[in-house]
Ligand binder design. Structure first.
Ligand SMILES: Cc1cc2nc3c(=O)[nH]c(=O)nc-3n(C[C@H](O)[C@H](O)[C@H](O)COP(=O)(O)OP(=O)(O)OC[C@H]3O[C@@H](n4cnc5c(N)ncnc54)[C@H](O)[C@@H]3O)c2cc1C
Length: 276
């Protein structure tokens, strides 16, 4: 019987330090049958077990295209992430998932695609950016706006450079506080929005980041004319089971783990009424 609480074993293939507190781990499921069956879409997450430390949810931060392994980008904040950060290539972990829903893809073909990421909010957006860019001709335009606290906090620096140079994609960066050598924009990520000129009547925005950033960016996007269904975000809630059983992450009649973590702004507004 398929037990949803039983983790699949996976081995760390690669460890890439992104910043002083954030590392990307490339994982591969050990069992070839489980590897084949492990199909996921951008926006989905896994429950990661670090044996002896605990289990925690992490979004899958790489596109599934052409790969039999996947990335988790992890900021070190506590017990699970702390022990994981001590592990190296060859270390074994447990994986439950993929879990949750995903970003719309087919439904947004033909539209202008705007990504707005703050801090580690770029993790869930990265696979969607990669998939959208791979099928660039299917979309009216692709714009990535990304902001971090300082230049030291910018994740995926090599990829950001590529995105800035790639034809058919606009990628603008900003930091809250500049440092020596930074010649780019200074200000919150919303300060980049006036530089974007797209037809908002045929656009969709994917917004991920800390709650305060999401709040202000959503206000700005609404002001620009984005409808509530054209703003898509992910919610991060403390969760345990990841499969809608323990009710830890429930808001109103929604489970963030099962009905989300991807929600439109319209859905989020309805959920917010339960939290007030
Ligand atoms: C769907 C989902 C996807 C996620 N994806 C990622 C990801 O890609 N990369 C990443 O680095 N993190 C991600 N997180 C957050 C990650 O799960 C937590 O940081 C993790 O639980 C920390 O585990 P820990 O044992 O190291 O920290 P703990 O020792 O459990 O906690 C350390 C501190 O962080 C706080 N904390 C823990 N979890 C959360 C949370 N969900 N919301 C707010 N505060 C919290 C605790 O209250 C405590 O103060 C995601 C969370 C969710 C729900």
């Amino acid at each position: 019987m398929n037990n949803p609480y039983l983790p699949k074993l996976a081995t760390i293939q690669k460890v890439k330090v992104e910043t002083y507190d954030t590392t990307t781990f490339t994982l591969r499921l050990d069992d070839s049958g489980e590897r084949k069956a492990f199909e996921y879409r951008p926006g989905q997450f896994v429950e990661l077990s670090v044996f002896g430390a605990g289990e925690a949810p992490f979004c899958i931060s790489s596109s599934a295209h052409g790969r039999d392994d996947f990335d988790l980008s992890v900021r070190k904040v506590g017990r699970v992430t702390g022990v994981l950060h001590e592990m190296g290539e060859g270390g074994q972990v447990g994986i439950r998932g993929p879990l949750g829903n995903c970003f719309p893809f087919e439904e947004v073909k033909g539209k202008h695609i705007l990504f707005v990421g703050g801090g580690i909010g770029l993790f869930p957006l990265r696979p969607q950016i990669q998939d959208v860019y791979r099928e660039r001709a299917q979309f009216a335009s692709v714009t990535v706006l990304y902001g971090a606290r300082t230049p030291e906090d910018l994740v995926y620096q090599d990829e950001l450079e590529q995105w800035q140079q790639q034809e058919g994609m606009t990628c603008l960066l900003t930091v809250d506080t500049a440092a020596d050598g930074w010649s780019g924009n200074v200000g919150v990520v919303g300060s980049l929005l006036p530089k974007v000129s797209i037809d908002v009547s045929n656009a969709v925005a994917f917004v991920c980041g800390p709650p305060i950033m999401i709040r202000f960016v959503v206000q700005d996007l609404s002001g620009m004319g984005f409808g509530d269904d054209a703003i898509i975000t992910t919610l991060e809630r403390h969760m345990r089971c990841g499969i809608g059983k323990c009710n830890h992450c429930m808001i109103g009649d929604k489970w963030v783990c099962k009905d989300g973590p991807v929600f439109s702004y319209r859905e989020m507004r309805a959920m917010a009424e339960f939290e007030e």
